[in-house]
Design a protein around this ligand. Structure first.
Ligand SMILES: NC(=O)C1=CN([C@@H]2O[C@H](COP(=O)(O)OP(=O)(O)OC[C@H]3O[C@@H](n4cnc5c(N)ncnc54)[C@H](O)[C@@H]3O)[C@@H](O)[C@H]2O)C=CC1
Ligand SMILES: CC(C)CC(=O)C(=O)O
Ligand SMILES: [Mg+2]
Length: 357
């Protein structure tokens, strides 16, 4: 069966890291018979420059017609002062809404070889395996009204019952495949929207008596992630809190350059992307870690294409290169020589090829 895949490299390091994932896709064609029809389209600042719109109609149409989308990153300082609707980040928000990708899965698990790269002591992160389930198409990133005036500005955090119910159900379903514990993170001591979130998640929990639900305020959750991260199994939370907590969780695993994500709709059609941004500070220098993007490809193979064997093979190849001691600069320990983006891609491809012989 031929799968239709859309690549959206975007800006900054996006093209460098997506091209490594593209090489992995081509390798899987040779080693595992993966059959894909690949298209590439513009998004973000690159699309704004070419078409005056960070999400051209044609890009959204191609995404809607694809089985899955692999996305790099968008944004950069050169676009920070243009009108907000034209900014690269708005292109990403619009494609998430356009494909109804309400469930953002951000797994933070530690590859044993990277325990030393974590900013926490190895014993605090050994065996770490957290799944952050972030609501992605609602909350304050999308709420109306919003306004930026000369003397004041505001955004609105809105959640409807149905939006909370569907992300809570997704979190409980995922917990059933894991340790059956869900921690819902909110700010219910201050925000009405969070109190409603908490009540709604609690009501949904009645349908999942085999899963234990707890609640935590977001400020405490940020602290607990750094104090004792292994206490968590599944975290379910809103758009803004999930954005922040997943960057914290990323660092526990050694580097933000390691964390993949899947953004799924009801039918598990998805867009897959590294958790990090476009890293303008290292763009174009062959320094970016491509592993979060390659691991996002593994999630794509698993969740949207049902190609479990290939997903496992990619994840094993990544573990293998790390076990062999390869580190990009973000993971480097004192005294060792970092490898570049391209060399890390080469190593993953070699590991895939040698495992298939
Ligand atoms: N999903 C997306 O497309 C996102 C886009 N952004 C955009 O990216 C731009 C930069 O934002 P920042 O706040 O600096 O966040 P960032 O995640 O791009 O970078 C933060 C730090 O992590 C490093 N880093 C990130 N990815 C890396 C990788 N793969 N390998 C090695 N080092 C890596 C960067 O060099 C930087 O020092 C902004 O325009 C922002 O709006 C930010 C977050 C998500
Ligand atoms: C729109 C994005 C820039 C928000 C973000 O940081 C993310 O989704 O991780
Ligand atoms: Mg983010």
């Amino acid at each position: 069966m031929t799968h239709k895949l859309l690549l959206l490299p975007g800006d900054g390091i996006g093209p460098e890291i997506v091209s490594q994932a593209e090489r992995v896709i081509q390798t899987l064609g040779r080693t595992h018979g993966l059959s894909v029809e690949l298209e590439t389209a513009l998004i973000g600042g690159a699309a704004y420059e070419a078409e005056g719109d960070p999400l051209p109609e044609q890009t959204l149409a191609l995404a809607q017609a694809s089985d899955a989308v692999l996305f790099g990153a968008v944004g950069g300082p050169q676009w920070d002062a243009i009108e907000r609707d034209k900014r690269p980040e708005r292109g990403l928000l619009r494609i998430r809404a356009g494909l109804d990708l309400f469930a953002n899965l951000r797994p933070a698990s530690l590859v044993p070889e990277l325990a030393e790269a974590s900013s926490l002591r190895p014993e605090l992160v050994a065996g770490l395996d957290i799944m952050i389930v972030r609501e992605l198409t609602g909350g304050i990133y999308f709420g109306q009204p919003r306004e930026q005036g000369a003397d004041r500005a505001f955004n609105t955090m809105v959640y409807s019952r149905s939006e909370i119910e569907r992300i809570a159900r997704r979190a409980f379903e995922i917990a059933r495949l894991r340790d059956r514990r869900v921690c819902s993170v909110d700010k219910a001591n201050v925000l009405e929207v969070s109190e409603f979130w908490r009540q709604t998640v609690t009501a949904v929990a009645a349908d999942y008596p085999d899963v234990t639900l707890s609640h935590m305020y977001v400020d405490n959750a940020a602290m607990q992630l750094v104090r004792a991260p292994k206490q968590f199994d599944v975290i379910v939370t809103g758009n803004l809190f999930g954005d922040v907590l997943s960057d914290i969780a990323a660092m526990l695993t050694g580097s933000i350059g390691m964390l993949p994500s899947a953004s799924l709709n009801e039918q598990s059609r998805g867009l897959y992307e590294p958790v990090h941004g476009s890293a303008p500070d290292i763009a174009g220098q062959d320094k970016a870690n491509p592993l979060a993007t390659i691991l996002s490809l593994a999630m794509l193979l698993r969740y949207s294409l049902g190609e479990t064997v290939m997903a496992d093979a990619v994840e094993r190849a990544v573990a293998r290169v790390l076990a062999d001691g390869l580190r990009t600069a973000d993971l480097q320990s004192a005294g060792s020589t970092p490898v570049g983006t391209q060399a890390m891609g080469d190593a993953v491809i070699r590991a895939l090829e040698s495992a298939s012989h």
